[in-house]
Design a protein around this ligand. Structure first.
Ligand code: CDP
Length: 561
């Protein structure tokens, strides 16, 4: 059993530990590990103690970290056993459906998940409402309503509900949607425009683009005007991002059904009613000091983790029957990793180098192979997912899970696991100030950076300078061996962020959560270059963040400077 770091223990205590009736913590990390292992093993028909021990060993050693709802819910006497972090809900163009989905959302939030919606079914603002002869309020007003409701219902009692709103590029209210976050509202929503290959072609050829609802053309605009509006809004406030609908559809395990929506952070495309549970392998603990991956332990960890996640689908208590049905029909799981940055640093490879990408690509490829091998073996043992006969796998490949691999943001679990890099992100910065709900404000020096500085005898006054600037780049007293490896998100060129995302996406069944950081001085052209590059490299979606464009919780360098 591994000891949690102080920050890790804080996350565990605040979010995951069992509490008594007075709200006092009454569970240690070790006891929580046993709770999770026991509940997952209870899905086995045979050898329950064997599997319980296997599950406890990879989780207790922090080789594998299940995502927040699993820790916060599974096996607790006072919580629904709801393991999924990702949900998508349908919303139809009726008042009843809009409020029914809002209620469903509240129930999902309460159970600890986040929700994505594709609002393209909703009639645009100003359209006639037959029954009252009034004007429809439209998509953005509906998003405002849903956003306000997120403030009411805390997710699983611990955090605000996160949501994703998608609108397709041919919806007549698309301009209003593109501009919806410019005034700083809708803070509980990420927004993405659903873009098709046909639109990208129209853009390429300088054509006009019709905005259509229910077969009726409402307006026609040059594709370039829509595109520029997206880019300008993203430049000003970070939203909207883009999801590439045809790229997502190409990887859809059930090709006869349309897949046009993702969960809040974009890593998990899902059908309406479907949910997915997540877990991450902790690379920081699977990489030797020389940077080489322990392949045998890695494959073993992946295999046990896939079984663990698959088992939880059987013992889960979903918020309502539609979710249970849709989730169990495809049995999607989302196994990924965290701590890529830690691994690259140990391997001495820059994040923004061809070697760094090759290294990361090999790890994710190995993960996908091992996860799929396990899912195929599980199909032999326990059967394929119920929709298998309608899937792209039929008849050649028997498999238990509609998808296996997803790269999540891993916000809380990375802190609990004590690694530096979230998911596939580089380290945020070598020095920064962080404000959290849970642990208050604290100043952070990257521990791996400090370790390297000690090794090379970097003086305290130089470290002071690094803290002031928030970066070690361009400081001549910093040894080049350190400067080339310790690059924070802002030190890395946007194109290199995208190239890493693309390398990883090649071996990910679902999608990759990643922020493309740009400096404050970046232009709209820079954003446009990113969005075009994302499309041509086959990304399923992209989100950019220009430094200073949103009120963030993290500041590079010290705040008083
Ligand atoms: O690290 P943790 O397991 O807490 O979650 P994450 O990897 O940062 O986020 C995974 C997914 O959980 C997100 O994409 C959302 O679907 C959901 N989530 C949410 O609904 N609300 C949040 N505040 C954070 C995450």
């Amino acid at each position: 059993m591994t000891q949690l770091t102080d920050a890790g223990q804080k996350v565990f205590n605040a979010r995951y530990a069992l509490r008594d009736e007075q709200g006092h913590i009454c569970e240690t990390f070790e006891q929580a590990v046993s709770r999770l292992a026991r509940v997952a093993a209870s899905a086995e028909k045979e050898a329950q103690p064997h599997w319980e021990e296997k599950f406890a060993s990879i989780i207790g050693d922090l080789l594998f970290v299940p995502s927040t709802p699993i820790w916060a819910n599974m096996g607790k006497p006072d919580r629904p056993w709801q393991p999924s972090a990702c949900f998508v809900l349908a919303v139809e163009d009726t008042l009843y459906s809009m409020y029914e989905t809002l209620l469903s959302t509240a129930l999902v939030f309460k159970s600890g998940g986040g929700v994505g919606y594709n609002f393209s079914t909703i009639r645009p603002r100003g359209s006639l409402v037959q029954s009252t002869k009034g004007k429809a309020s439209g998509v953005v007003e509906l998003i405002k309503l849903y956003n306000a409701s997120s403030n009411m219902v805390m997710q699983g009692g611990v955090r605000r509900g996160a949501s994703m709103g998608i609108l397709n590029i041919d919806h007549p209210e698309i301009m209003n949607f593109i501009h919806a976050k410019l005034d700083g509202g809708l803070t509980n929503f990420n927004l993405s425009v659903g873009v098709t290959d046909a639109f990208m072609q129209a853009l390429e050829q300088g054509e006009d683009w019709p905005l259509i609802f229910n077969g009726e053309v409402h307006d026609v605009l040059p594709a370039a005007v829509l595109w520029q509006s997206i880019v300008q809004s993203a430049h000003a406030c970070g939203d909207p991002g883009i999801i590439f609908l045809d790229t997502i559809q190409k990887a859809n395990p059930l090709p006869h059904k349309q897949l046009n929506c993702t969960n809040p952070c974009g890593e998990q495309p899902l059908f309406p009613g479907e949910s997915c549970l997540l877990g991450s392998v902790n690379l920081a603990r699977l990489i030797a000091e020389d940077g080489r991956i322990n392949r045998a332990l890695f494959k073993d960890t992946v295999s046990i983790a896939v079984r663990f996640l698959d088992n939880l689908i059987d013992v889960a208590e979903y918020p309502f029957p539609l979710i249970a049905e849709a989730t169990r029909a495809t049995r999607k799981i989302g196994l990924g990793f965290t701590g890529l940055a830690d691994a690259l640093i140990k391997a001495g490879l820059p994040y923004d180098s061809a070697e760094g990408r090759k290294y990361a690509g090999e790890i994710i490829e190995l993960m996908q192979q091992s996860a799929n091998d396990t899912s195929r073996a599980l199909a032999e043992e326990k059967g394929c997912f119920p929709e298998w006969e309608n899937s792209k796998f039929h008849p050649a490949e028997k498999i238990r899970n509609g998808t296996c691999v997803t790269i999540a943001p891993t916000g809380s679990v990375t802190t609990m696991a004590g690694c530096e890099g979230y998911g596939i992100e580089p380290i945020f910065a070598v020095a920064y100030k962080k404000s959290t709900n849970v642990a208050g404000d604290f100043e952070v020096f990257s521990p791996l950076f400090l370790e390297a500085c000690q090794l090379y005898g970097v003086s305290n006054s130089i470290l002071e300078e690094v803290a002031r600037r928030g970066t070690c780049q361009g400081i001549k007293e910093i040894p080049v061996e350190i400067a080339r490896i310790f690059k924070g998100a802002q030190d890395i060129a946007p194109a290199d962020h995208i190239l890493m995302q693309a390398e990883i996406q090649k071996h990910v069944d679902n999608a990759v959560s990643k922020t493309i950081n740009l400096p404050g001085a970046a232009t709209t052209e820079d954003i446009e270059t990113c969005y075009r590059m994302a499309y041509s490299l086959g990304l399923k979606g992209i989100t950019v963040f220009r430094d200073g464009c949103k009120e963030g919780t993290v500041t590079v360098g010290r705040q008083e400077d």
